[in-house]
Design a protein around this ligand. Structure first.
Ligand code: ADP
Ligand code: MG
Length: 341
């Protein structure tokens, strides 16, 4: 007897520190939401997930807690991650919480224990859970020819980590991950406002400042661009509003950007000569939300002397790369972090 049922399609997941994205084969990206959950502190009940939970950050009463369950690219709060992924899977995958094959992006620096946690989260009774190094996925998503014997350099500036890799024949040849990325850039704006103006601003306000008038290089943004920001004055304890300029924000974020540049330089230092010459000829591709900071490609190009471009749609590179792998499984399966044979 034949039983007909609709086979659910393979799924790719970018479980990021800042954002989670889900790709469903044949459909494309079906979910793109902040990796945030809001829970009732006492009962542990889930209140909101994703965009709605992110809007609550910094504005919750004592009874509610917002949690970002993924830290530095790995699962820091297992229960919260499970709740979040269950909700996202149901939202993005027509109510289904599973798929026959799943591909999850993981940081290159991940440990075996962390890998196991991702497998468990990644989730929910799938027969086949595969892991892919996020730099590999990002490079595929950015359209780099990573399966060829040619050095391709990718820099993924996410929320928690910046991952730098030079890839050849489907794998990283040289790579480094540093815990300085979008979150730390936001933090540097908070510290600057406190130091210079004695103004304490929240994470969401600082992120808005970064996204609206942040820039990495003088070529990118009019220095006079400005924004009014509110917070509270540390000496009076009263609410206050101050106008901050693009020039000040550039000064504020200089240090984390310098750390990212130092990391890129270290990776360039350890790459074998043949691949170094490829990278010199082909340049650096930037991915992740941090790549959207105006002037970042100019800054990196100036610091390294290498041609640098921002990938198309940098926030989607990892999930699109997962999608490419799923759609062209036989071509790419040897690029998976857990591929054996
Ligand atoms: P992750 O993969 O770690 O979840 P993402 O690649 O999604 O991270 O990038 C998220 C980071 O990018 C956040 O820190 C966010 O503030 C930052 N970001 C997003 N858009 C912009 C923008 N237009 N300008 C500057 N930073 C941005
Ligand atoms: Mg990412």
């Amino acid at each position: 007897m034949f039983r007909f049922f609709r086979q659910s399609p393979p799924i790719g997941i970018d479980l990021g520190t800042a954002n989670t994205l889900i790709y469903v084969s044949g459909k494309g990206v079906v979910l793109d939401e902040p990796s945030v959950v809001a829970v009732n502190k006492k009962s542990g009940t889930l209140l909101e997930v994703g965009e709605n939970a992110k809007r609550m950050i910094g504005k919750t009463p004592d009874t509610i807690e917002t949690v970002r369950p993924v830290r530095d690219g790995v699962i820091a709060h297992k229960a919260a991650t499970d709740l979040m992924m269950q909700t996202f899977m149901a939202r993005g995958n027509s109510g289904r919480q599973t798929a026959p094959r799943m591909l999850v992006g993981v940081p290159c620096s991940i440990t075996d224990v962390e890998r196991h946690a991702v497998r468990e989260a990644g989730i929910i009774a799938s027969k086949e859970v595969h892991l892919i190094d996020e730099t590999v996925a990002a490079a595929i998503g950015a359209g780099l020819p990573i399966t060829e014997p040619v050095g391709s350099m990718i820099v993924d500036i996410g929320g928690g980590t910046t991952d730098v890799a030079i890839l050849s024949l489907g794998s990283p040849v040289a790579s480094e991950s540093v815990r300085v990325a979008g979150d730390e850039i936001t933090e540097s704006i908070i510290r600057y406002m406190k130091r210079k103006y004695g103004l304490v601003i929240g994470e969401s306000t600082a992120e808005l400042v970064k996204v609206k008038i942040g820039s990495a290089h003088a070529k990118a943004l009019n220095d006079d661009a400005h924004l009014d920001v509110s917070g509270y004055n540390t000496s009076t304890g009263l609410p206050e509003s101050i106008t901050v300029t693009a020039l000040e924000v550039r000064e504020a974020i200089h240090e984390p950007l310098q750390t990212i540049i130092d990391t890129i330089k270290r990776v360039l230092d350890i790459v074998p000569p043949e691949l170094a010459s490829d990278v010199h000829a082909r340049g650096i591709v930037l991915a992740g939300g941090g790549a959207l900071i105006p002037g970042i490609s100019e800054l990196i190009a100036e610091a390294t002397g290498l041609f640098t471009v921002v990938a198309d749609d940098p926030l989607h590179c990892v999930v699109n790369g997962c999608g490419e792998v799923l759609e062209h499984w036989n071509e790419f399966k040897h690029c998976l972090a857990d591929f054996e044979g």
